[in-house]
Design a protein. Structure first.
Length: 507
């Protein structure tokens, strides 16, 4: 019988636990272990009675060990030889807290809390703990919600070296569809299904018909895969940004703040590396609210669909979309400069802020962007679909506007591990000096293939489960566990299929 390990990442700890319950009741799995992030998540997992985890390893306890850990350069060289990509820096660069001190501080703060030597010691203690954990527990499968820190990336690569199956949950960007993959650089199972569909279309007719309908519906009425990523789903104006001051909310905001202070000073683990200090929380948010109060209206440019333009949507930061999937293009301001100089001379580059980043980037960021002669900064309230529809070219690290651009038959250039790079008419820029030639080729020689896109969408539909994971993720703590279990069952069934499990009798 299989033993399953979950990366129980922050709020996903409650979702992952609900998945474990389904695996136990429906598939008879009894053996579980977990790598946990956040002490409150660990407290919940210890207090619950549904699953007896053989071991729960808490990241905060592991990171704390670095203070007493002697630096062993020879051991690090050994780790680099065995797990390097090709060195150990990618493990550090993907970690928002250790590398940039973000999450405990708010973007755009990016001053590391740790020295180079301390970072090396953190890698050292984390690697030792994960190797020992995997060899002691011997799970058959490790399930990931995300690979976005030193620990999760080490857990992923060490598990692979140990011959342990890895399953990463990936958003398919088709409604509430989520896929699984064993390789975080692509959606591997969907890629395999796509290859089979291309030669055995009759076998997959059901999903091809669904893909054709999805594409037709999207073109008739474009809609995002989630309202969370739209202007409507985010507070992108002063009124919504300051709604916490409304009479019906102000007392709740004050009560929540004092509760935060009380928890911090009475809690026994306020020195955990992931703990947010109340004064940092207040100061960072005051600065953000001040930016919103001053506003950005004077920096925005008007849209002119009569001119030729390329579109670049700014990515949310800090996030795995840039830190893991597009690590050498994290500096989006620098990247925009390279794209702008690679366009035909009469082109404009339209740049639009991510709705979730409104108020986070300082005015200086946008002022620097506007120094580029052929760049226009577009209001975040503008719906991206109209920009995509009228653009001559979509450029993106790996964002959904590139995916949606394909639905509208637009040439797309990516700068990272976009799952849709599988399609040969999508061009990925791996070397920036080649970008002007890639732009020229996409503008002059782009050959869209409708049937190939339909087949790829069909592969994603076939290898996905329908689950509103974003909404489930937002449910606080262990609340509404029954709702989580009901909603998660299709995803767990897909996971069981990949592991080779069968439902037990009577489930």
């Amino acid at each position: 019988m299989a033993k399953i390990c979950f990366l129980l990442q922050r709020r996903f700890a409650y979702t992952g636990h609900a998945m474990a319950i389904i695996l136990k009741k429906k598939y008879g799995i009894r053996d579980f272990c977990g790598y946990v992030k956040l002490r409150e998540s660990l407290d919940f997992l210890i207090s619950q009675k549904d699953i007896k985890y053989s071991k729960l390893l808490l990241e905060e306890d592991i990171i704390a060990r670095y203070k007493d850990e002697p630096l062993d350069v020879e051991y690090l060289k050994y780790l680099e030889a065995k797990y390097g990509l090709p060195n150990l820096w990618p493990y550090i660069e993907v970690d928002r807290i250790v590398r940039y001190n973000m999450l405990v501080r708010e973007y755009p703060y990016n001053t590391p809390h740790y020295t180079h030597e301390e970072m090396m010691r953190i890698v050292q203690v984390t690697t030792k703990a994960i190797i020992a954990f995997l060899r002691d527990e011997r799970p058959n499968v490790v399930c990931f919600s995300v690979v976005g820190s030193i620990s999760s990336m080490l857990l992923y690569h060490i598990a692979k070296k140990e011959g342990i199956q890895t399953l990463l949950i990936r958003n398919s960007c088709i409604g509430n569809k989520y896929s699984l993959t064993e390789n975080y650089e692509r959606i591997e199972y969907a890629d395999n299904a796509f290859s089979d569909i291309r030669v055995n279309r009759d076998r997959h007719k059901k999903y091809i018909l669904q893909a054709e309908k999805f594409l037709t519906d999207f073109r008739n009425k474009p809609s995002p895969y989630s309202v969370v990523v739209t202007p409507e789903g985010r507070p992108i104006n002063r009124k919504r940004q300051f709604s916490f001051l409304l009479p019906n909310k102000i007392f709740g905001s004050i009560r929540w703040f004092f509760k935060m202070i009380y928890s911090y000073y009475t809690g026994p683990h306020r020195e955990d590396y992931s703990t947010i200090k109340p004064w940092h929380y207040v100061w960072d948010r005051l600065k953000r609210k001040a930016r919103v109060l001053i506003g950005f209206d004077d920096l925005y440019d008007e849209v002119d669909f009569a001119e030729d333009f390329a579109f670049f949507p700014l990515q949310y930061q800090p996030e795995v979309s840039t830190m893991l999937y597009s690590p050498f293009y994290q500096d989006q301001l620098w990247l925009i400069k390279q794209i702008a100089r690679s366009l035909p001379i009469h082109f404009k580059l339209y740049v639009k802020e991510h709705p979730a980043m409104f108020g986070y980037r300082p005015r200086l960021y946008y002022k620097e962007l506007k120094k580029i002669p052929n760049v226009k900064l577009i209001r975040p309230t503008i719906v991206s679909f109209e920009l995509i529809r009228n653009a001559k070219l979509i450029t993106t690290n790996l964002g959904t506007p590139g995916w949606e651009g394909l639905f509208m038959k637009k040439p797309v250039i990516t700068f990272g591990h976009a799952f849709y790079n599988t399609l040969p008419f999508v061009k990925r820029c791996r070397e920036i000096e080649n970008l002007p030639w890639i732009v020229k080729d996409q503008l002059e020689n782009f050959k869209y293939d409708e049937q190939m896109l339909i087949d790829f969408i069909a592969a994603l539909l076939e290898e996905s489960a329908d689950v509103d994971l974003i909404q489930l993720w937002s449910i606080e703590g262990g609340d509404d566990l029954e709702k989580k279990k009901k909603e998660l069952e299709p995803l767990v069934d897909l996971m069981a299929e990949k592991i080779g499990l069968r439902p037990v009798m009577g489930s």
